[in-house]
Write a protein that binds this ligand. Structure first.
Ligand code: CA
Length: 232
C-alpha cells in the first residue's frame, strides 16, 4: 500500500520557540506543518489550501485566537486545537460556543499536542462518517459543504453544537438517542458537557425549528431516555 498522504497542519503561533518545538514534533509524527504568526496570514493560508487541523494560539499580535476561530467557523468545519497560557481561557474554550475542538494549556509537551491532534483528527473523521448520511429531502435540506441545514425550506441559523446535534438525529430518524450519545456526537469534549447542556441545546433548536415551521415539532422527547427525530 502506498503511504498515506501527509496531513497539513496550520500552526498559528507568534512565539518562535514554541512554534519551532511544535514544528519539529509535528514533522516527526508525519504531519506537514505550515507555520504562521498572525491571524491575517492564517486566513490567507486557508484561502489557498486545505488543512487537516489548525493549532491556534489564543494570544496573537493582530487578533486573538477566539475571534479568529469564529471567523474561520463562519465557512469552515476544520478541527481547531487552542494553545493557551491562561486558565481563564480554558473556561471560555470549554464553556462557550467558540467552536474549538480541544485545547492544550501552556506549558505543554509537544507529545501532548501531537497526541491531542491525532485524537481530534480521529474523532472528527468519525463524525464526518456519522453525519454523512444526514438526509436531503423535501423536509430537510443539508448543505454539508457549508454546514447548513434547512427545515421545510427555511434555513436554520444553528450554532456548531446545535448543527452537530441535529445532524446526529437526522442520520437516523426515529432512533432514540440518549443524552450521552448526543453529547458524544455533538461535543468535541463530551466530558465537559452536562446532561442539561444537551437539554438546553434541544430547547434552543426547537425554538429555531418553530420559527421555521410553527406547526411542526420534529424533535420528540422520550422521558428518561433521550430524544429522537420524528419520521416524516
Ligand atoms: Ca502568543
Amino acid at each position: 500500500m502506498p503511504p498515506a498522504p501527509r496531513q497539513t497542519i496550520l500552526l498559528v503561533e507568534d512565539e518562535p520557540s514554541i512554534a519551532e518545538t511544535l514544528i519539529y514534533a509535528l514533522e516527526t509524527e508525519g504531519f506537514t506543518p505550515v507555520w504562521k504568526t498572525t491571524g491575517r496570514e492564517a486566513l490567507a493560508v486557508l484561502e489557498r489550501q486545505t488543512v487537516a487541523l489548525i493549532v491556534l494560539d489564543v494570544g496573537l499580535p493582530d487578533t486573538n485566537g477566539f475571534d479568529l476561530c469564529r471567523e474561520i467557523r463562519r465557512t469552515r468545519e476544520v478541527p481547531i486545537i487552542f494553545l493557551t497560557a491562561r486558565s481563564e481561557d480554558v473556561d471560555r474554550i470549554v464553556g462557550l460556543e467558540i467552536g474549538g475542538d480541544d485545547y492544550v494549556a501552556k506549558p505543554f509537551s509537544p507529545r501532548e499536542l501531537t497526541a491531542r491532534g491525532r485524537a481530534v483528527l480521529r474523532r472528527t473523521g468519525e463524525r464526518r462518517i456519522a453525519t454523512a448520511s444526514a438526509r436531503t429531502d423535501g423536509v430537510w435540506q443539508h448543505d454539508e459543504a457549508r454546514c447548513r441545514l434547512s427545515y421545510r425550506g427555511k434555513p436554520l441559523d444553528c450554532t456548531r453544537n446545535e448543527y452537530r446535534l441535529l445532524c446526529a438525529l437526522l442520520a437516523q430518524p426515529g432512533r432514540v438517542f440518549s443524552r450521552d450519545q448526543l453529547m458524544e456526537a455533538a461535543w468535541s469534549d463530551s466530558g465537559a458537557a452536562l446532561d442539561r447542556t444537551v437539554d438546553a441545546h434541544v430547547k434552543s433548536l426547537r425554538a429555531k425549528l418553530r420559527e421555521a415551521a410553527p406547526e411542526f415539532d420534529p424533535i420528540v422527547t422520550h422521558r428518561g431516555l433521550g430524544y429522537s427525530l420524528r419520521e416524516e
